[in-house]
Design a protein. Sequence first.
Length: 390
Amino acid sequence: MLDLRKVKRFEMPTKVVTGAGSLTELPECLKEEGISQPLIVTDPGIKEAGLLEKLEEVLKKADYNYSLYAEVFANPDIELIDKGRDFFQSEGCDGLIALGGGSSIDTAKGIGTIVTHGGSILEYEFGNKPLTERITPLIAIPTTAGTGSEVTMWAVVTDHDRQVKYNVGGPLIAPHLALIDPELHMSMPAHITAGTGMDALAHAVECYTSHYAQPMTDSVALLAIEYCGEYLRRAVANSVDLEARYYMAQAAMLAGLSYGSESAGAVHAMTQSLGGIKPDVPHGAAVGTLLAPVMEYNWLGYPEKFKRIAIALGEDVWNMTDRDAALVSIQAVKELADDINIPSLKELGVKENEIPKLAVAAEEDPQTVGNPRDIDRSSYEEIYYNAFHQ
């Protein structure tokens, strides 16, 4: 039930430029943001796929000088971000271009934070040292359709010493501009398309059903769910299906907006903490295999919304009770995950005897608080065991 007495906020600090071929708009976007010497933040895979070359061609044609930091890896950590800040300053850069998935964009957000505020990114864990100024100008160019980091107000950072992933954020960390060109997504292999697509779906489902939900976030979350239900299978099956790529890119962006300025729920509490303990587990695949089990636990907290999720996924539930329709939404997500070959927890390298430790970490994750049903350590264990044996 929506708490009408709780004051909620929705902010969107990011401009969005989108459309097939929109990468050519990059020089104009740089001019808008006052960037003359950008640092490109990306990963070696983007370089190998030829996407960096496409971006460089656009910059060279417009006579832009730039520097390159192509050191990003999955689950970016404190050292990577702090080194990126040092390189940014040594190169005399005045802005950032993030090219890649959530890891590249989060790394660039982190670099922008400590270029502006000083110190190490370790100091800016949410709840500790707050951001007081808008970060260094940042243009985010996603090459995957999943995290929505191009419009979110969060960066996720790995702390190996504590075996945790923590958030840095607030409206001041959001990219200044998101440039979303679905043509850049066509090189994504099927398993990456599947995992990132399930991440987008999870963002939308969690934010739609969370305690932080409000009409503004509900609207974008529902459209994101519709797009995932209609286009994710096609994008996985046919990498050059431009229509599917376009709408999955929109789904990821809309799902990112559904965060508002708040948080998600149990799926991301589990997968974020899992990634801190087992950094080799791909985030999207973990989300994909845990989304339905978490929904199976959560539907009781908001059955009418889970019914609406079933409708958004294209299920015919008009003559069903809220309970029966809610269960249909869970089955629809299970079938989607199966159809696109989302791996199981066991296939991801999670061992059953690790579940108690993972449950403790999930309970301590700050995203737990947004969950629509009361949840604790034993509940997390129950979900993990159910997911492990499904």
